[in-house]
Design a protein around this ligand. Sequence first.
Ligand SMILES: [Zn+2]
Length: 274
Amino acid sequence: MSATPVLIIFLCSFIAALPAFAGQQISWPNDAQVAVSLSYDDALDSHLDNAVPALDEHGFKASFYLTLTSTTIMDRLADWRRLAENGHELGNHTIYHPCSASLPERDWVPSYHDMDQRTVEQMQQEVKVANAFLHAIDGNTERTLTPPCGDLLAGGENYLPAVRDYFVAIKFNEPPPIESVGLDTAGLTGAELIAALSNKDLNGKLVHLIFHGVGAEHLSVSNQAHQELLQYLADNRDIYWVDTYLAIMKHALSQLPTPPAPPQADHDQQDPMN
Ligand SMILES: [Zn+2]
């Protein structure tokens, strides 16, 4: 696969850079202890109806990972566009939301969206077209990805190396020393969400709070739980820095050593008239 040599060079440069950074942590703005990425997956009505008004009330910016076959894309395109103009992030969650049907409790995955039957090249094309589609909505060129279901294997092969260059960052694939922790929110009360945030050893880390439905739809939290969590984050802005995943990762990546420049390609040394 053509992307493999590039990936190996990238990884080697990272490994070479690591010792100088060992033991150091990323520092967050205003000396916050924890960076919090609030993300909302699957392009649901309840994001537009419930999550966005609650976020805007507190001035928090969040990331919305759009599945582009969601009916809300056609029906509420202006709402998604307005949300992006308001500083929220539209992230790539692919077009069809393919997942691996062979994993437990995956009876719902149709054979035509089964990642076990995909190739890396097919995933690469889908992800690339989804980025173009998102660009048509918000005009942005910088993007992050949340792989559907967290599944990375297309026909048994990891597809991330083939798409890594399209993104500033990919959820749960942050380069060291950036450390991230995911908190699944489905069905939790406000008190449980707050306890999960405050009980773990999260200092210096990036926390992903991943939502699906808010006050409706699948894997949901109640509006009350969502509101209580946001109020807690608003009351503790000295501890938690809340921003889009894109903004958090741009901030974190800016603190990493710059990898050495790749060797000049042959064509750069040729006569410029050719
Ligand atoms: Zn999803």
